[in-house]
Write a protein that binds this ligand. Structure first.
Ligand code: ADP
Ligand code: MG
Length: 345
């Protein structure tokens, strides 16, 4: 389902939880809402689900104005961070609940409910847990049950509010890969709230970065990393280090790094530079020219060898120059900037 959000505003006393939010989401997209705590992510989901009423603005789903549509008729599935399953009900009954509360005219009969719950439990890959109670399964399994319950009403739009927030890192990573595959298979539209940038960048087709009730940038992960809209987004995303610099004569000059030739529309004078690990090249060296640093650690991540270096009291992540196969801890090196994103100081 396509979604059009226009001028959506929700105030609590002095706080604008949502401050004129505009978003256009295409049918079948997987969208992440990414922002710090208190930026309005939950309020936006709740407004879509019909659990929260905006003070201004509009919501359209597939061209239909939601203003007068009650929550239970919106056909939207919702998974919360701490979705307390019903503890006195089995996994089976928890999932069946989503079907039993449907309005009478679309409520399936008993045999149909049994068959559907079984299919849903297979879909979320826990058919063997049907008779267990929530206390008898793991946190990751509980979130699968919560998801099966949300999917029971066959929503075309799925809202997930930090659904994996309470789980450990490894389980989170597995579940997010699995969730993305499930989304693709079902052909639904999903909006996933997180304050974890890796989760957002990994999962989503597009990420809406929120701050203080506003969407400050809405773009693909690649564009967000390559062209952050402002210094805040640049600082929030990726693993960029933030260094003050001075712009003059087409160069950015740093306190402890060699200068970098830049093309920028910013005026000469102080500015802020954000440099990712790939923007900093490290090579073996000695002496005390600008950029001389010491290797703190070297490790392999998914993309290759990554170095952490200490440069005049600042810890930086850098990429070793081609051919430097085995940098060792404590080894002297020289760091050179290759590129930077620049913002007003
Ligand atoms: P997030 O999910 O990004 O952490 P929320 O949408 O929960 O943010 O909250 C956005 C802002 O609105 C916060 O400042 C929060 O304190 C405020 N807020 C949310 N719900 C209420 C409420 N029911 N009453 C008062 N303030 C609220
Ligand atoms: Mg929240």
């Amino acid at each position: 389902m396509s979604i059009e959000i226009a001028g959506l505003t929700r105030r609590y006393a002095e706080v604008a939880a949502l401050d004129a939010v505009d978003l256009s989401i295409r049918d079948g997209e997987f969208i992440a809402l990414l922002g710090p705590s208190g930026s309005g992510k939950t309020t936006l989901l709740r407004a879509l689900a019909g659990l929260e009423f905006p003070d201004a603005g509009s919501l359209h789903v597939h061209g239909r104005d939601l203003a007068r549509v009650p929550a239970r008729e919106r056909g939207i599935g919702f998974v919360f961070q701490h979705y307390a399953l019903f503890r006195h009900m089995t996994v089976f009954e928890n999932v069946a609940f989503g079907l039993r509360i449907r309005p009478r005219r679309d409520r399936p009969g008993g045999a149909e409910i049994t068959a559907r719950v079984q299919r849903l439990l297979e879909l979320v890959q826990i058919p063997e847990l049907a008779r267990r109670y929530p206390d008898q399964i793991s946190g990751g399994q509980r979130q699968r049950v919560a998801l099966a319950r949300a999917l029971a009403i066959e929503p075309r739009l799925l809202l997930l509010d930090e659904p994996f927030g309470a789980l450990d890192a490894k389980v989170r990573k597995e579940l997010r890969v699995w969730l993305r595959q499930l989304h693709d298979r079902l052909g639904i539209t999903s909006i996933f709230v997180t304050h974890d940038q890796d989760e957002a960048l990994d999962l989503a087709d597009r990420v809406a970065v929120m701050r203080a009730g506003r969407v400050v940038q809405f773009d693909t992960p690649e564009t967000l990393l390559a062209r952050p809209a402002d210094a805040h987004v640049a600082g929030f995303l990726g693993e960029a280090v933030r260094l003050p610099c001075t712009l003059a004569d087409g160069q950015a000059r740093f306190a402890a790094l060699p200068p970098l030739a830049v093309e920028t529309s910013l005026p000469d004078g102080p500015a802020l530079a954000f440099l990712r690990p790939v923007d900093l090249a490290a090579e073996p060296a000695g002496g005390d020219a600008p950029g001389n640093a010491t290797v703190v650690s070297a490790r392999h991540d998914g993309r290759g060898l990554r170095l952490t270096v200490l440069l005049e009291g600042t810890v930086l992540d850098a990429t070793p120059a081609a051919g430097w196969a085995a940098p060792a801890r404590g080894e002297p090196c020289r760091v050179r900037p290759l590129a930077a994103r620049l913002f007003p100081a």
